[in-house]
Design a protein around this ligand. Structure first.
Ligand SMILES: Nc1ncnc2c1ncn2[C@@H]1O[C@H](COP(=O)(O)OP(=O)(O)OP(=O)(O)O)[C@@H](O)[C@H]1O
Ligand SMILES: [Mg+2]
Length: 516
């Protein structure tokens, strides 16, 4: 094989060079240098293969090379399994922490657009005598690197496309395998400490996903398509001249799955979640700093936006109202005090969402949730800021079927028909339906759980009917009171008019007497 022959030639050259080193002391250094350069030139002229090395550490061996990392992941996913000797390494923050890659001095082949390339993992010893007190990795004198070999006629395709493809795919695999994180902003500490991180995080292990999310099937598919389009939208967004970000407004009554949907979106998109607590943000400048620290491929969430700050402009309390209020419990008082100490304004928040800074990085999602969409300032939720408004509503039949599958592992049952009818006549949140479906003891079977739900739905229906009756009665009474009030007003006005006329009449007769 041609390549084999060339490697033999390489060994031959090495022998020549070895002999050269033996004789080097007999020649002056200027002559030696010239000879070495010439030998290299000859070898390059005859060897049609090009080699590129990717060292494990860049710079002063302080930072692990991103390229090396990406290549390792790419090779272990694509072709390392074919290597005979594998090396196992534990990678931090990965769903699958054990990464198998080829062992030192192993070689594997890869193919790209019909071009064959060779990858080998190499290890060389650096000078052990040279001690660097600042280098963290100097306990070991080994330097690792990957070597890529290819025929020189494919130079362009390899350097322009293949390497880019390997690095991109490696990073993509790393992103897919990594563990999601849930971030929250640290409370403002007054003056900023040097290098104080603005976000703290934990590993995000929410069990919810779109499969387990109970909602109307068609609307769910709609959201999934929207998210998938956004994920692949890099070129589209740059073509239309719009920052690559999308805002979702989730609104609806409590317990309808807004927070659950955020977890499902994070899992589907494989993005970290940045849960922004607005009341802990000191002012607009800090809000901007928080935004700068959120990377691309992230979801920024503001839950219950209507309660976060007084952004609605409708909830300002008049002084009298505040004076008349009952004493508050200390927890709420604290919350309100911290909200008062925050000077974030509506305009600061609007800038946060679609100001010039928000365009940095791209591939960002912003989600607001609220129970009262009508309370929000229209500017905050206009399209462009909150591009898609998603209503999370009371449990429908589709949603019930998902919950029944999740909680009881049943896809159909005779009682489903009855439940479907009752769901149409009631307003029960998926959280309540789920609670009623959940078996409360080992003895409860599917039928018992479904009957529990039917009873709860019936109760809910009765309560609703009673409430409706009460409301209707109240309306009738209000109407009656209004009528009486208008009538009385009319009578009073009539009486007043009569009294005035009488007074005037008396005045007229008195005047006449006076003139007479
Ligand atoms: N649509 C749903 N699909 C699956 N489970 C749901 C759904 N809605 C609610 N649940 C269940 O009910 C619980 C509460 O739901 P969730 O916290 O998502 O409601 P929410 O709309 O965010 O409520 P709130 O407005 O009070 O914040 C969840 O833990 C979940 O188990
Ligand atoms: Mg919620």
């Amino acid at each position: 094989m041609m390549r084999e022959r060339w490697s033999q030639m390489g060994s031959l050259m090495a022998t020549v060079l070895f002999m050269y080193t033996i004789f080097e002391r007999f020649f002056p250094s200027s002559f030696r240098d010239r000879l070495q350069a010439y030998a290299q030139k000859v070898a390059n002229h005859f060897n049609p293969y090009i080699q590129i090395t990717f060292p494990e550490f860049s710079g002063e061996r302080l930072k692990k090379s991103e390229a090396y990392n990406a290549i390792q992941i790419y090779l272990s996913a694509n072709s390392s399994q074919r290597a005979k000797r594998l090396k196992a390494e534990v990678v931090k923050d990965s769903q699958n922490p054990l990464v198998l890659s080829m062992d030192d001095n192993e070689e594997i082949t890869d193919e790209f657009q019909g071009v064959k390339v060779w990858w080998s993992a190499k290890k060389v010893s650096s000078n052990p005598q040279k001690y660097n007190p600042f280098s963290y990795y100097d306990s070991s004198d080994e330097k690792r690197f990957y070597k890529l070999t290819f025929h020189r006629s494919y130079r362009d395709i390899i350097t322009m496309s293949y390497i880019k493809h390997v690095l991109e795919e490696g990073k993509e695999i790393e992103l897919t395998n990594r563990q999601l994180k849930l971030y929250t902003n640290n409370p403002s500490s007054g003056g900023y400490g040097y290098k104080q991180s603005k976000w703290s995080h934990i590993v995000f292990e929410h069990p919810a996903s779109f499969e387990t999310l109970a909602m109307d099937q068609k609307r769910k598919e709609d959201i999934l398509k929207d998210l998938a389009k956004f994920k692949k939208g890099k070129e589209y967004y740059s073509k239309i001249g719009k920052a690559w970000k999308r805002g979702y407004l989730l609104y609806g009554p409590p317990g309808t799955g807004k927070s659950t949907m955020i977890a499902a979106i994070a899992k589907f998109m494989n993005y970290d979640v940045y849960d922004l607590e607005l009341t802990a943000v000191k002012d607009n400048t800090e809000l901007k700093k928080l935004l700068i620290e959120t990377p691309s491929k992230s979801i920024t969430v503001i839950e219950d936006i209507d309660c976060s700050l007084d952004l609605t402009g409708q909830r300002k309390k008049k002084k009298e109202e505040v004076d008349n209020e009952e004493p508050k419990d200390p927890m709420r008082k604290n919350e309100e005090e911290s909200s008062k100490s925050s000077k974030v304004t509506l305009s600061g928040l609007l800038n946060f969402i679609d100001g010039i800074w928000s365009a940095c990085g791209g591939e960002r999602i912003i989600i607001f949730t609220t129970n009262y969409v009508e309370k929000l300032d229209p500017a905050l939720i206009r399209r462009g800021r909150m591009d898609k408004h998603i209503e999370m509503s009371y449990c429908c039949f589709d949603a019930f079927k998902v919950l029944a599958k999740n909680y009881l592992d049943v896809e159909s049952h005779l009682l489903f028909g009855r439940i479907g009818t009752l769901l149409q006549e009631t307003e029960m949140s998926p959280a309540d339906v789920a609670e009623n479906l959940m078996p409360k003891s080992e003895d409860e079977d599917v039928e018992t759980c479904l009957e529990n739900l039917i009873n709860a739905l019936k109760k809910n229906k009765e309560e609703n009917a009673n409430k409706k009756e009460e409301e209707e009665a109240e309306e009738i009474w209000e109407e009656k009171a209004k009528e009486e009030y208008t009538q009385n007003k009319e009578i009073n006005r009539e009486n007043g008019r009569r009294r005035r006329t009488e007074r005037l009449g008396r005045g007229e007769s008195q005047r006449r007497i006076y003139y007479e």
